[in-house]
Design a protein around this ligand. Structure first.
Ligand code: FES
Ligand code: FE2
Length: 385
């Protein structure tokens, strides 16, 4: 075991070692996660089964599923899934795989008018995933339609965001991430009524963790994002640091040309285990969520969705989108791809976490916390298997 009964201590002796030495459970003394964690296919496979298939993962917003029959499809580490709104208005999450011979059922996003019909041999399913009819099956023996429903799994909504968990026995979202929704609604009370204004996708030549880690520290901002640092004051004015999510509130600065920021307007950022980063820049009501999913050990797929109140978009929002898509994210992609090349090199194995006592966003404490949790979940999955 790597953990005590409280899930937080007693890990040191079981933490991995690299060429420089062992990791420790204190960020101020620990060497960083050894580079094999970013390049080894076996570790990536463990992450897939022990982390991504048993964790709450963002897939969309309730405005994406406005009426009964509305659906969206997605892939979580190659697992095809669908989320749809049932006749009674509730959300259902299920595997998007026909139970006859495995054809994928739904594509993209849209609305089903009646039933889910498989394009291969027309087995058809209700919005709750139950198999309703299967042509030419009348002479089959021992064929019980009720045994061929689409497998379902939990779905949850927090501040209008939809999350799914492929583990049917997972902890409820509210128990796993208590207070997460309040950190959003406290600043963006209309978030549940927001709509997607942009969706972007990026294929990145870096391990998913490198992207998440990059977002988890402000240490690089003054160096790597000179323009962003004009928008972001360095002071952290409020924070909520939980094991599986962190929220940091800073103060926006009005030193960026063309950006209208009221005095002390907040700059908000979140990290949500294991692969979500969120932010809301000063200047307009909006919410940007990034989700990284592994593809290979050295590559990942990033999705970035921007939400804002429906109706006329404030001028600042167009600038936010441009800055994010053409500047900050582009700068970050170049950084993380460079880091991945370094992690794959014989010339690097471990560095140090630059952590300070204040544990603010400008230090790398959150990266250490992320690694501790990752190692614990990998081990927990091992003992559960
Ligand atoms: S695979 Fe779907 S009906 Fe045959
Ligand atoms: Fe960055």
């Amino acid at each position: 075991m790597t953990e005590g009964s409280d899930g937080s201590s007693g890990q040191s002796s079981h933490l991995p070692s690299g060429r420089r030495g062992p990791m420790t459970d204190q960020p101020t003394t620990s060497f960083t996660l050894p580079s094999r964690y970013y390049t080894d296919p076996a570790i990536q496979q463990q992450e897939q089964t022990r982390v991504f298939q048993r964790t709450w993962i963002y897939v969309g917003h309730i405005s994406d599923l406005p009426e009964p029959g509305s659906y969206l499809t997605d892939k979580i580490c190659s697992q095809p899934i669908a989320v749809l709104r049932d006749r009674d208005g509730g959300l259902r999450a299920m595997y998007n795989v026909c139970q006859h011979r495995g054809h994928i059922l739904l594509k993209g996003r849209g609305r089903i008018s009646g039933k889910i019909v498989c394009p291969y041999h027309a087995w058809n399913y209700g919005l709750d995933g139950a198999l309703l009819a299967a042509p030419m099956t009348q002479d089959m023996e021992d064929f019980d339609r009720s045994h061929f429903s689409l497998p379902t799994f939990p779905v949850a909504v927090a501040a209008g965001l939809i999350f799914v968990n492929l583990d049917p026995d997972c902890r409820a979202f509210d128990k796993e991430l208590p207070g997460f929704d309040k950190t959003i609604l406290g600043h963006l009370p209309g978030m549940a009524d927001f709509v997607a204004t942009d969706r972007m996708e990026f294929d990145i030549a870096a391990n998913w963790k490198v992207v998440y880690e990059n977002f988890s520290e402000g240490y690089h901002i003054p160096v790597a994002h000179p323009a962003l640092s004009k928008l972001h004051g360095r002071r952290t004015t409020a924070s909520v640091v939980e094991e599986k999510f962190q929220f940091y509130q800073g103060v926006g600065r009005d030193t960026f040309d063309g950006f209208e920021v009221q005095k002390d307007e907040p700059y908000l950022s979140w990290q949500l285990w294991p692969n979500h980063c969120m932010l809301s820049l000063p200047g307009s009501q909006h919410f940007i969520i990034l989700r990284m999913l592994p593809v290979t050990p050295g590559t990942c797929h990033e999705r970035a969705d921007i939400y804002a109140p429906p109706g006329d978009q404030p001028p600042n929002l167009a600038l936010v989108k441009r800055l994010f898509a053409e500047m900050f994210n582009r700068e970050d992609v170049a950084i993380v791809e460079s880091v991945q090349r370094g992690l794959a090199s014989l010339g690097f194995d471990q560095g140090r976490y630059v952590a300070d006592k204040a544990d603010g966003w400008y230090s790398e404490s959150a990266i250490h916390r992320f690694h501790m949790l990752l190692l614990r979940e990998l081990e927990r999955g091992l003992t559960a298997n």
